[in-house]
Design a protein around this ligand. Structure first.
Ligand code: C2O
Ligand code: CU
Ligand code: CU
Length: 464
């Protein structure tokens, strides 16, 4: 990229959105952050609510690190229940004091996380949230989530970097008239709890500004425990530039964008319409028989507004290719992951006290059991078979994967870490186990399903 092109792109542009967040990025190659989980009264959208916060804010602060940086996070648990952190989508060790979800801080306790972002880590939109089996849905749905951005000069695209950006953490809250969180019923847990208050980076229907003629970059993170978002911008198409694992090789125009829990998507919007306001809409989506407990699912609702402002600027074109496509080779290991469960599974039934469980290959999560043993360096292909009546967005820790195109049998050169496996469908994914030996998790990112057992372990052995 010649210097002059970079400079040409540094145009006057507005800040689209004041994200109430602290950006922690050190010049010295070390990013030091303190995060305290605490239950406080704060504003969620326009409401006062008693929720779980990182550093007394919803969502938590934006953490930003560059490839090669060392990250040090002092996590303090001021909740009255055990908690911890997971760094969703980052390719860092899953053991020791890195992204180790087996670490737990008791109330009043602390954990010091420390890891290095690999120098070849892709740029992208990642996130952090607690990961305590049995309470993940409660803690995340009460507000504990934040964006974790990685920057890497090696894959940055100046035409994208020059655009104003909004980091949009999608959350939903079930809050009663007094501002307290409503406990979900058993049925709601089975479906996956949802709340009727939708916020984008803590705001209820924010107005995002953009220059007429210019570009706006939206970086979405679905940090809801269970809610899916099916987004559309009135009169504009969204140009998708990135997904979970950073840039896609070629821009994909989208009229709508479905983002299931845990997934991320980045889009560019060009301000080439009449001056005015345009709504960002969330469209109805049914995620399966039990998955629509909330009336909102059957309405189109405005979740934000995009407003053109003066001055109008000359926009520039985006490059056709954003990244060289990489394709994983043939797998040496194949596995099948049969997704099951729901009401009355495990032979028990509601009458026998609970009886709600979600399973992978017929088993609920057991942290002391290794469900799959792999070897570093190997390419694995997994088939998720969803024989339930509900959608399950499946997530794998530590290494990203590529989805197999069913028509060709070849991997699609896009890096994902969370993938919607629709009710009654099957999908294959391929991944290479790289760099980090030890125990990793995979699970449904409808966090009530994870809490109810739909999680397994993979142990990666060092290569011989
Ligand atoms: Cu975002 Cu194991 O999850
Ligand atoms: Cu994760
Ligand atoms: Cu699920």
């Amino acid at each position: 990229m010649p210097r002059t092109r970079r400079e040409f792109l540094r145009l006057a542009s507005v800040a689209p959105f004041a994200v109430p967040a602290l950006r922690a990025s050190g010049e010295s190659g070390v990013v030091s952050v303190s995060l305290e989980a605490t239950e406080v009264w704060t504003s969620v959208g326009d409401r006062a609510a008693l929720v779980y916060t990182f550093n007394r804010q919803v969502p938590g602060p934006v953490i930003e690190a560059r490839a090669g940086d060392e990250v040090r996070i002092v996590f303090r648990n001021s909740l009255s229940e055990p908690s911890n952190l997971h760094f969703h989508g980052l390719h860092v060790p899953s053991t020791g004091s890195a992204d180790n979800i087996m670490l737990e801080a008791e109330p009043g306790g602390t954990i010091e996380y420390r890891f290095t972002i690999p120098v070849d880590h892709p740029s992208g939109t990642f996130w952090y949230h607690p990961h305590i089996h049995g309470s993940a849905a409660r803690q995340v749905s009460r507000g504990l989530a934040g964006a974790f951005l990685i920057r890497n000069e090696a894959d940055s695209v100046p035409e994208i970097e020059a655009a104003p950006q909004a980091i949009l953490v999608l959350q939903d809250f079930a809050i009663d008239a007094s501002g307290r969180v409503i406990e979900p019923t058993q049925m709601e847990k089975m479906a996956g709890r949802e709340g009727s208050l939708i916020t984008l980076s803590g705001m209820d229907r924010p107005t995002l500004q953009m220059n007429k003629g210019g570009w706006l970059r939206l970086r979405f993170i679905n940090a809801s425990a269970s809610r899916f978002y099916r987004l559309q911008v009135e009169d504009h198409s969204m140009l998708q530039i990135a997904t979970d694992g950073g840039l896609v090789p070629v821009i994909e125009p989208r009229e709508e964008l479905l983002i299931s829990p845990g997934e991320r998507a980045e889009v560019m919007i060009r301000g080439d319409r009449e001056a005015g306001d345009y709504r960002l809409l969330n469209l109805p989506y049914s995620r399966g028989a039990m998955g629509t407990v909330n009336g909102l699912d059957y309405q189109k609702v405005e979740v934000a507004r995009i407003r053109y402002i003066e001055p109008s600027v000359d926009s520039w074109d985006l490059p056709e290719r954003l990244r060289d496509p990489q394709i994983l080779g043939a797998p040496s290991v194949r596995r099948t992951m049969q997704l099951g469960g729901g009401m009355g599974s495990m032979g028990g039934g509601m009458a026998m006290g609970g009886g709600m469980a979600f399973t992978i290959n017929g088993r609920t999560f057991n942290e002391n059991r290794v469900d799959a043993r792999g070897t570093l360096g190997a390419v694995e292909e997994w088939e998720f078979i969803n024989s339930t009546a509900m959608d399950h967005p499946m997530h794998i820790h530590t290494d990203p994967f590529q989805v197999i195109d069913p028509s060709t049998g070849a991997p699609i050169p896009v890096w994902k870490d969370t993938l919607l496996v629709k009710a009654g469908s099957r999908t294959r994914v391929r991944m290479a186990l790289r760099d980090y030996s030890g125990l990793r998790m995979f699970h449904c990112h409808i966090l009530d399903h994870e809490d109810l057992g739909m999680m397994g372990t993979l142990y990666a052995n060092p290569s011989e």
